[in-house]
Design a protein around this ligand. Structure first.
Ligand code: PXG
Length: 460
């Protein structure tokens, strides 16, 4: 493999220097330093190469973001052209610029008609930070300033900054660095783990009714919004039962609580629809977006607002004291524009819905439907989750499911495929440009990793 000159250093050299300077995300840094991180040096299409020349099929789209895969020259060309023309200007001081305007025109042409405005950010975490202030500001403007409380869900994930992690329901994150006031949580709709004797439909309704109970407990006059991922991503790719979202929507409407969808993972074609809420059939008031907006080529996120919210803020709100230096960054906007054009004009989202999505789902059911260690298969579009299980009949999970799933993921790396583990679930979310042959390879290598894990667990 030909590596660029600056990459011609030994892997151990990179690893030592990495250990000397970096605190990585969500990892025991001391253990990682002892092991040495994998050094990724190149990407093309669905494939990645590390500094040892080993090739991997990336079954996770980086971190759920490279919708178009790696190495798209149209995106790099869009970035270069925009840098040459106007590398930076801001949206303060009564200014704007063509790149961000054209991006928004395209974005709103892809969104359902009841959305009209967006506040751009650099990440998903920031989108959810902005969400809290925007939603509270909205209620101030319409004369209900006491409506401040946000309700999220246990095991939901909305980002790593203070307020975004508070909205999320990862308790271990709350324990490291604290919470913010006026945030509450309800349970996650994870039927396989918590459904007990209830049918999925009954359980879905039960989970949704917790929202009603929580709103009544807190007082509807104090609750600003409910935030949730249409399906949980980082929490384990958990799909709620079908009964869940209609009931949640009814409750939000009944108590005038804004319904805030976190589309950071689900957005931009992942489910075969442009946005995941369309797949699940509900109408949020706000959408948090990031990741697939730029296919991960540059950092960019945003908070999309319904006309109802935007009109109140614009017509009655006066100055909204909020703004980020890089909001609507012209280079990120140019890349996002090129990315969305490609997703639309190359028919990629349509292809996920009608061809590669159903193909992957069928393949997962064919290969893992009768697997002794897989208790549940969930997914749609180019998303798949396999629930590892000790006893399929009783849905008994392994006591050490976290370790087993991590082992499975490690076997995957050895086989040359990147899949992700969360608790006892193996997750895949390949780039939306994946071909049927690449999906065959993804599932085949995943099967080898799951079989190797099953042997360790005495299930094969
Ligand atoms: N919302 C959701 C639903 C996310 O998945 C964020 C917000 C935060 O976005 P930023 O751009 O600030 O990271 C995310 C991020 C994982 C994993 O292990 C997932 C994310 C981040 C890190 C790890 O699946 N999603």
């Amino acid at each position: 493999m030909n590596l660029p000159a600056q990459l011609q250093r030994r892997t151990e050299d990179y690893q030592q220097s990495d250990a000397a300077h970096h605190i990585h995300g969500f990892v025991d840094q001391k253990a990682l330093n002892a092991e040495g991180p994998r050094v990724m040096v190149r990407g093309e299409g669905l494939y990645l190469w590390d500094s040892e020349g080993k090739r991997y099929l990336d079954g996770m789209s980086g971190l759920w973001c490279t919708q178009l895969g790696y190495g798209r020259r149209d995106l790099t060309a869009a970035a270069a052209a925009q840098m040459d023309q106007l590398a930076y200007y801001n949206m303060f001081f009564h200014t704007t610029h063509p790149a961000v305007i054209e991006l928004s025109e395209l974005l709103f042409s892809l969104l359902p008609g009841h959305y009209s405005h967006v506040i751009y950010t650099n990440s998903g975490s920031e989108a959810n930070e902005v969400l809290i202030r925007t939603v509270r500001r909205y209620w101030q403007v319409v004369g209900q300033p006491q409506k401040k409380i946000m309700i999220g869900r246990w095991n939901g994930y909305h980002g790593s900054t203070l307020a975004a992690s508070a909205l999320g329901g990862m308790k271990f994150m709350h324990d490291m660095g604290g919470m913010i006031p006026d945030v509450a949580h309800i349970d996650e709709p994870y039927w396989f783990a918590h459904g007990g004797e209830l049918t999925p439909a009954e359980f879905g309704r039960r989970c949704a009714l917790q929202l009603e109970e929580k709103i009544l407990e807190l007082g509807a006059e104090n609750v600003a919004g409910f935030i949730a991922e249409p399906f949980q991503g980082a929490g384990g790719m958990i799909f709620p039962p079908q009964s869940y979202w209609p009931e949640i929507q009814r409750i939000c409407r009944q108590y005038d609580v804004l319904l805030c969808a976190d589309e950071v993972i689900g957005g931009f074609g992942r489910t075969g629809e442009w946005f995941a809420h369309q797949h699940f059939g509900f109408e949020p008031d706000t959408l948090s977006i990031a990741k697939g907006l730029t296919s991960g080529y540059l950092p960019m996120g945003g908070l999309v607002l319904s006309k109802r919210i935007a009109e109140a803020l614009v017509e009655q709100g006066g100055v909204f004291a909020h703004g980020l230096t890089y909001s609507g960054h012209p280079v990120a906007a140019a890349v996002a524009l090129a990315n969305l054009k490609a997703l639309r004009d190359e028919g990629i989202v349509r292809q996920v819905k009608h061809d590669t999505g159903p193909y992957l789902q069928q393949l997962l059911h064919d290969v893992f439907g009768n697997h002794p260690m897989v208790g549940e298969i969930q997914g749609t579009g180019l998303l798949g989750a396999l629930q590892l299980v000790e006893d399929k009949a009783t849905r008994k999970r392994f006591a050490n499911e976290n370790d087993l799933a991590w082992q499975c993921r490690t076997f995957g790396f050895e086989e040359g495929v990147i899949i992700r583990s969360t608790l006892g679930r193996m997750i895949m979310a390949p780039a939306l440009v994946a071909t049927r042959a690449e999906l065959d390879e993804l599932v085949d290598k995943t099967r080898i990793a799951v079989d190797r894990t099953a042997r360790i667990a005495g299930k094969l």
